[in-house]
Design a protein around this ligand. Structure first.
Ligand SMILES: [Zn+2]
Length: 372
C-alpha cells in the first residue's frame, strides 16, 4: 500500500491565482480564503491518513461524505477509488480512478496512481487489454518512484513485459495459461492435466474463485531468475497468479491460490501454509522416508512446536516434506471441516483453540512416529 504525501507546491494554480487577486482586496477576505483552502487541505490530509492506516471502510465512508460538498475533487475520487480497489470492489473503483486520470491536468502522481490501480482493477476483472494499457501508461508517466515501481512489478507479474510477447496463451475452464517456448504436445499435456488437478484439490477446499488462475509455465528457470530475481515457482494468491517451471509439481503453487479462498485468511504460518501445498502437491514421493533420512543424517530429532514458531530456522529439505506430513496428520485426525476452520489463522494458539486438547496427543504421536 502506497500513498504519496501531498506537496504544497502542487497546489492548484487556479486557487493560487484566486488567492493573489483576493489579497488585493480586504483583509477579512484574505483570512476567509486561507481558511477555506486550509480546510480543503486538511480534509484531504485527514482522508489520506485514514487510507494509510488501512481502514478502507472508513476511507470510503469519509470520501463519499467529502464528495457531497466538493463533488469534483480528484484527491477524494482517487482515495475512494484506491480504497475500493484495496477492498476488492473493482467495478465500483473504476469510475473514480477513470475520473482522476481524465481530470488531472498536471499528469501528476495522482494520475499515476489512478492508472496503476486501474491496471489492477482491470486485471482482476480479466480485462487484460485495458489492464496492460493502464499499467504501462502508469509506468511510462514516471511521475513518482513508488507508483512506477507498483506498475513495474505488475508488468512483470501479469505478463505485460515484452519478454512475454512470444508466449502462447491458452484458456481452459479454470486457467489462463501462458507457455514459454513449448511443444504443442507438452502444452496439451499440461492443459488437460492441470484441470484435473484443480478439481482434485478443490474437491477438498470448495473455494469459489472469482477469476481464472493466470498460470505461467516457464521453460527456463534462468530466464525467470533474470526477470524476477527469484527462483521458480511462486504464486501470488491476491492476483490468482502462478509462475511455475514445467517440471514442478502439478499441485503445489495451485494449492496456494485455491486454499487462500477456502476461508477468511487472518494469519499464515510456514508450517501450515507450505504444509498444505505440499500435502496437495499431487506427487507420490515418500515424504516420511525423506524426513527420516534427514533425521538420521543430521542426528537431531524434530519438534513440531519449535518448527511452527521458527519455520525459517530449519532447512527446506526438512521443513517442506515434514510440514506436508503434519498437515495430512491434522486432516486425518480432525477432518476437513475443522481443518478449514483452523486454516484461516494458522498459529499454534488457534490450532489449540479449534482442535482442542487432542492436539497435544496428535503432535506427540506424530513426533514419535517421525523420530524413530
Ligand atoms: Zn509454497
Amino acid at each position: 500500500m502506497y500513498l504519496e504525501v501531498r506537496q504544497n507546491s502542487k497546489e492548484d494554480p487556479a486557487t493560487k491565482q484566486k488567492q493573489n487577486i483576493m489579497r488585493l482586496f480586504i483583509t477579512t477576505i484574505i483570512i476567509l480564503t486561507s481558511l477555506f483552502t486550509f480546510g480543503q487541505n486538511k480534509q484531504v490530509e485527514e482522508l489520506g491518513n485514514i487510507y494509510m492506516s488501512g481502514d478502507f471502510d472508513k476511507t470510503i465512508l469519509k470520501a463519499n461524505e467529502f464528495l457531497k460538498d466538493d463533488p469534483n475533487n480528484i484527491d477524494y475520487k482517487l482515495l475512494l477509488g484506491r480504497a475500493l480497489t484495496d477492498k476488492g470492489d473493482f467495478n465500483s473503483a473504476i469510475p473514480y480512478l477513470d475520473y482522476t486520470v481524465n481530470n488531472d491536468p498536471d499528469n501528476s502522481w495522482r494520475k499515476a496512481w489512478a492508472l496503476g490501480y486501474l491496471g489492477t482493477c482491470h486485471f482482476m476483472l480479466q480485462d487484460y487489454d485495458n489492464s496492460k494499457k493502464s499499467t504501462k501508461e502508469c509506468f511510462d508517466l514516471n511521475a513518482t518512484k513508488n507508483a512506477t515501481q507498483y506498475a513495474y512489478k505488475r508488468i512483470l507479474l501479469f505478463g505485460f513485459d515484452d519478454f512475454y510477447k512470444d508466449w502462447k496463451i491458452v484458456e481452459s475452464d479454470n486457467f489462463r495459461f501462458y507457455f514459454q517456448n513449448m511443444s504443442d504436445s507438452d502444452i496439451e499435456n499440461i492443459f488437460s492435466s492441470r484441470e484435473i488437478v484443480f478439481k482434485n484439490i478443490n474437491e477438498f477446499f470448495e473455494s469459489e474463485l472469482p477469476k481464472k488462475i493466470d498460470f505461467f509455465v516457464w521453460n527456463s528457470r534462468d530466464d525467470a531468475k533474470k526477470l524476477f530475481g527469484a527462483n521458480l515457482g511462486f504464486s501470488d494468491p491476491n492476483f490468482f497468479i502462478v509462475h511455475s517451471h514445467f517440471q514442478q509439481t502439478k499441485g503445489h503453487e495451485m494449492t496456494h491460490v485455491i486454499s487462500n479462498y477456502s476461508t477468511k485468511m487472518v494469519m499464515k504460518t510456514g508450517l501450515i501454509n507450505e504444509g498444505t501445498s505440499v500435502c496437495f502437491d499431487q506427487t507420490s514421493q515418500d515424504k516420511e522416508q525423506i524426513v527420516k533420512d534427514w533425521i538420521k543424517d543430521n542426528g537431531n530429532k524434530v519438534e513440531i512446536k519449535e518448527i511452527w514458531n521458527n519455520w525459517k530456522g530449519y532447512p527446506e529439505e526438512l521443513t517442506y516434506p515434514l510440514s506436508g506430513l503434519f498437515v495430512k496428520e491434522l486432516i486425518d485426525n480432525f477432518g476437513k471441516e475443522k481443518f478449514i476452520e483452523f486454516f484461516g489463522n494458522q498459529t499454534y494458539d488457534n490450532a489449540k483453540l479449534v482442535f482442542g486438547e487432542k492436539l497435544e496427543k496428535v503432535i506427540k504421536d506424530f513426533e514419535n512416529k517421525i523420530n524413530t
